[in-house]
Design a protein around this ligand. Structure first.
Ligand code: G16
Length: 542
């Protein structure tokens, strides 16, 4: 470690005085102009993590669903999963160190984690399409090189593509080839194989409108679409040529406003979906003949996919252990449907892919989806081996089912939730089952629900327990929420500090939209009063 070089280089990436940030739900997020020092320091940290794990580490520059003026960064661990929780603490510590302490904190981390500084290191870097991302990724590279790390800059990538690259590199190509071409080929080959098993009755060709949130998803879908255009034709909207990233479009807008994105003309019953800004979330929707908007969210993806996988396992006669993982945002009726109709065990974790992914790894087949559209399915190594073996041994319909499962394993991005991969899985499953969006939507009816953001001086005055379903502090808040929830039928409400935006999130569901809106308003007012609200008391605007 060349101390002088680090001190000199760090001085070129100065931390704004008094600024403290936390490694949150998905890394650091803030206004882009506050992040140069964080990027440089995450470059440093990625080198230490790479030396410690003797593996390639990923650094993704993105703020995903946040507005265009924000940016962010997260580290990707060896198998393409999110950074280990213990290293999140190091990340926060290093990002917040005052200039004169950077070297000391860095040395401290490497001593505590027993990093062998003589070991080689390799870091791969990706970025989204935000105007600030190029410069910020250069700051990451400064951090990597000053610590003597080797790197490969993939440039513009979706977040899940970088997760995929990391996984490929650390499995010596076993998971796939660590190039965009390798990603496109792996996914489209599995999708085309699945499509061959569809017996079409009717139109024979499927089409889908995709709202790309004016983000990276548009660029990457344009590169990829010719691989599967015979099986699925996609029409892209909000492709970044006119509009602003995530503004009035994209998965986060569609989910929170429960309305179609702007910039997309939707005819009745047309099949539509939205990605978010870095293409790691996807939501489906359609408008019926009366013009009513119907949202099909991550919960319904979990429902469709779990029942499909269960049917296939039944066909091949394998009793693999399936688990579904959700968060507190999961609609009450989705949980009931999964438990009572699909008959799969359901678990609830804290918000954040890292928590769901971790829990899903406990099963032969772990299915996880957040209501907001993040999710994937993980197959354990023994389950995957068994399925691949059965697809060679079995005959007839059973063999067919095993081959479908084999292609589903390849089509899911098992390193992270991935809008492109999930879209292709959903398209394949709907086609194989012969289902329309309307039939999928009719699996169960969502309980009316809505979310609101409340601005407070310090969102961390709210702490929670029980997978974020109950507030511990500030005193009196949970009791007040309990009292309000009791006034409505089939109702539920909870509050939690966001880990990606400077707000408190309030969620409510109940038997009618009227009750939801009234409960949401009452809970938000209580949060505002007890948790130090600032500005105007939040109002529902729609
Ligand atoms: C990130 C996380 C998601 C989480 C979302 C919102 O998504 O990856 O798991 O649901 O933030 O988190 P919070 O409610 O804490 O703000 P994205 O799409 O922004 O990367």
């Amino acid at each position: 470690m060349d101390s002088n070089a680090i001190i000199k280089c760090s001085a070129l990436h100065v931390k704004p005085k008094g600024l403290t940030l936390q490694y949150g739900t998905a890394g650091f997020r803030s206004k882009a102009e506050h992040l140069d020092h964080v990027m440089f320091r995450m470059g440093l940290l990625a080198v230490l993590r790479s030396k410690q794990t003797k593996s390639t580490i990923g650094v993704m520059v993105t703020a995903s669903h946040n507005p265009e003026e924000d940016n962010g960064v997260k580290l990707i661990d060896p198998l393409g999963e999110m950074l280990a929780l213990s290293w999140e603490e190091h990340a926060t510590h290093l990002a917040n160190a005052e200039e004169q302490d950077v070297l000391r904190v860095l040395t401290d981390i490497s001593e505590r984690e027993a990093v062998n500084l003589h070991h080689d290191s390799f870091v791969v870097i990706g970025r989204d399409t935000r105007p600030s991302s190029k410069k910020l990724s250069e700051a990451v590279i400064d951090g990597v090189t000053v610590l003597g790390g080797q790197f490969h800059d993939y440039g513009l990538l979706t977040t899940p593509q970088l997760h995929y690259m990391v996984c490929c590199r650390n499995t010596n190509g076993q998971y796939g080839e660590a190039t965009l071409e390798g990603y496109y080929q792996k996914l489209s080959k599995a999708f085309v194989e699945l499509s061959k098993q569809v017996s079409y009755n009717g139109d024979g060709h499927r089409s889908l409108k995709v709202d790309c949130a004016n983000g990276i998803g548009a660029l990457k879908l344009k590169e990829m679409e010719h691989y599967f255009s015979k099986e699925l034709s996609i029409k892209l909207f909000n492709d970044g040529t006119k509009g602003k990233l995530n503004y009035l479009c994209g998965a986060d807008f569609v989910k929170s406003c429960q309305e179609p994105p702007q910039g997309m003309d939707i005819k009745s019953n047309e099949r539509c979906c939205s990605f978010d800004g870095d293409a790691d979330r996807i939501l489906y929707y359609y408008c019926d003949t009366d013009g009513h908007f119907h949202l099909i969210d991550g919960d319904k993806m979990a429902a469709l996919i779990s029942s499909f996988l269960k049917e296939l396992l039944l066909e091949i006669g394998e009793n693999l252990n399936i688990g579904v993982v959700q968060t507190a945002y999961a609609n009450g009726n989705s949980t009931r449907y999964l438990e009572e109709v699909v008959k799969v065990p359901v678990y609830c974790t804290k918000t954040g892919v890292k928590h769901l992914h971790h829990k899903a790894q406990e099963f032969d087949i772990g299915i996880y989806f957040e209501a907001n559209g993040h999710g994937t399915v993980l197959f354990s190594k023994p389950a995957e081996t068994k399925i691949r073996q059965l697809s060679k041994e079995l005959r007839g319909k059973k063999r067919n089912a095993a081959e479908i499962l084999e292609n589903i394993i390849d089509l899911f991005n098992q390193a992270a939730g991935d809008a492109i991969s999930d879209m292709l899985v959903i398209e394949a499953v709907l086609a194989l089952k012969g289902l329309t969006l309307q039939q999928w939507d009719a699996l169960y009816t969502d309980l009316p629900n809505r979310q609101l953001k409340v601005k407070v001086a310090d969102r961390y005055v709210i702490s929670t327990t029980n997978a974020e379903r109950q507030a511990i502090t500030p005193p009196g808040l949970q009791e007040a929420i309990d009292g309000l929830v009791k006034k409505y039928r089939l109702s539920r409400a909870f509050v939690r500090p966001s880990g990606t935006e400077d707000v408190v999130r309030v969620y409510a569901e109940a038997d009618s939209q009227e009750s939801v809106d009234s409960l949401l308003h009452e809970v938000s007012s209580v949060v505002f009063q007890l948790a130090g609200g600032i500005g105007e008391i939040p109002q529902l605007s729609f």
